[in-house]
Design a protein around this ligand. Structure first.
Ligand code: SIN
Length: 474
């Protein structure tokens, strides 16, 4: 059945051309959505703009109550939401359930944070003035989200926007609009005022063009590629639109020779193979100090060889299909390039045609180096390339040799070495003996070409607020 747009509290888009949504596990059509364009985007922005005074005028406690209601509805419908995500993008059902909880946690946490949106009083330099800093919502927000975390990337943007008092217009990825639409049905049930939450599907270029040209949109929050992020920055320049950009990553995992090897192996496996390696913060390059290089590789290969690949709906599956065939082709290109330049295959190294066109075996490559594509580009797939290093300084230099700076991982039992290394890493997020650092209450975002701003944590809310300085003469 064709799902619809949620604009101004109503379902619309019946008359529009339809786009099919495919299940990458089976290639079956799993749903249909309208192909919206500029007009639909403009309508959604207008609705958001009209309701802005009402939404910002509510107390933080009132806004939080709506958000809490949505949070509870998401948890109540966890199984259904997880099932939709698995069938539209392939992640194993256990991970999808985890994502529903993670996604809901942004609403819960920002609902509470709304009540802590403090301003400031500054001591005045003269007796007859009172100097204050007030916080104001930035205005209508437009969110553009990716397919790899269909729900969490929406709520990580909705949470702070709604808490701050900003209505939001969302454009989910064309690959994963179905869970987003189900989320809108829950928003309807939570009875947000019409226009506060809007969602349109369709042409990225047309919807993007309207969002960027429309003066009513004051802030863009985007998760996706660095290339698109740069385009949005250029397009936003004319109106000085506020931007939060969570862009590409190429995360290094550094394992020092005093690491607890088992902890490092498990942490690296979680970081690398979560979501089939299709995570902006997943480990993409593993550097292991020479003294434990062979031990680490042998144990890591054992763990990876046991990962079960298959349709994410089946029990016990660890790695589902990649999002599409282009994803498989990119992964295979990286593996073939590495092998042709001298890397050794320890595990995997090929697509699994018997399961369908979107599956790739979890793969471990040994003895990679920086001449190989896989060490320069984000792979976005289940491949772990491993390189040896000698000194901590060399590890930092290898880790930093990328234009990206989103996440890095360090495994060491030494506080001294860990602190020195991490202080030298140009990365916005670091997991120290931890392969899964994400949390709603923590600032998520990158340095260098990995983005601007932070999502989650108190910084996440700050990015949706304007600072207004008020000087009062008394
Ligand atoms: C991402 O891939 O950007 C999201 C990962 C996360 O939130 O942990």
């Amino acid at each position: 059945m064709k799902k619809l747009h949620f604009v101004n509290g109503k379902w619309s888009g019946q008359h529009l051309e339809t786009i099919n949504v495919y299940n990458p596990a089976t290639q079956e059509v799993t749903g249909e959505v309208p192909k919206g364009g500029r007009e639909e985007a403009a309508n959604a922005i207008k609705a958001a703009h009209l309701v802005f005074p009402e939404w910002r005028g509510k107390t933080a406690y009132e806004r939080a109550a709506y958000m809490q209601k949505l949070y509870l509805l998401m948890l109540e419908h966890k199984e259904e939401l997880a099932h939709i995500m698995t069938t539209e993008m392939g992640k194993p059902i256990a991970e999808a359930r985890g994502e529903v909880e993670y996604a809901a946690s942004f609403l819960d946490w920002f609902a509470a944070e709304a009540k802590r949106m403090y301003g400031k009083t500054i001591p005045a330099h003269v007796p007859n003035k009172r100097l204050q800093v007030w916080k104001q919502p930035v205005g209508v927000v437009a969110a553009i989200t990716p397919w790899n975390f269909p729900l969490a990337m929406l709520t990580r943007k909705m949470g702070p926007a709604l808490a701050a008092g900003c209505p939001i217009v969302m454009k989910p990825s064309g690959e994963t609009p179905l869970s987003a639409i189900r989320l809108m049905e829950l928003c309807e049930e939570a009875e947000f005022p019409a226009g506060v939450v809007n969602l349109i599907t369709g042409s990225s270029s047309a919807i993007g063009a309207e969002i960027m040209a429309n003066e009513k949109v004051r802030k863009i929050t985007f998760t996706g590629s660095t290339e698109v992020g740069k385009t949005l920055m250029r397009q936003g320049a004319d109106q000085i639109k506020r931007l939060s950009l969570e862009l590409g990553g190429h995360a290094p995992i550094v394992v020092l020779d005093d690491a607890d090897v088992e902890k490092a192996v498990q942490g690296a496996a979680v970081s690398k193979f979560r979501n089939g390696g299709q995570t902006c913060i997943c480990g993409n390059r593993i550097y292991v100090q020479s003294a434990i290089y062979e031990t680490f590789i042998s144990r890591f290969s054992e763990v990876v060889a046991k990962l079960k690949i298959g349709n994410g709906l089946e029990a016990g599956v660890d790695v589902g299909p990649l999002i599409n065939q282009a994803g498989v082709e990119k992964v295979d290109k990286h593996v073939q390039d590495a092998v042709s330049r001298g890397a050794s295959l320890m595990v995997g190294g090929e697509p699994v045609q018997d399961l369908g066109p979107c599956y790739y075996k979890p793969t471990v490559l040994k003895d990679v180096d920086h001449s190989m594509l896989i060490m320069k580009e984000e792979t976005f797939g289940p491949v772990a390339p491993i390189q040896a290093f000698e000194t901590d300084e060399e590890a930092a230099a290898l880790a930093n040799s990328s234009p990206y700076g989103l996440a890095a991982y360090v495994f060491t039992e030494s506080h001294r070495r860990g602190i020195h290394l991490i202080e030298n890493l140009e990365y916005g997020i670091v997991g120290w003996n931890d392969g899964a650092p994400s949390a709603a209450q923590a600032p998520f975002g990158g340095m260098k070409e990995s983005g601007l701003g932070r999502e989650g944590g108190e910084q996440g809310l700050e990015d949706f607020l304007e600072t207004q300085y008020v000087s009062i003469s008394v």
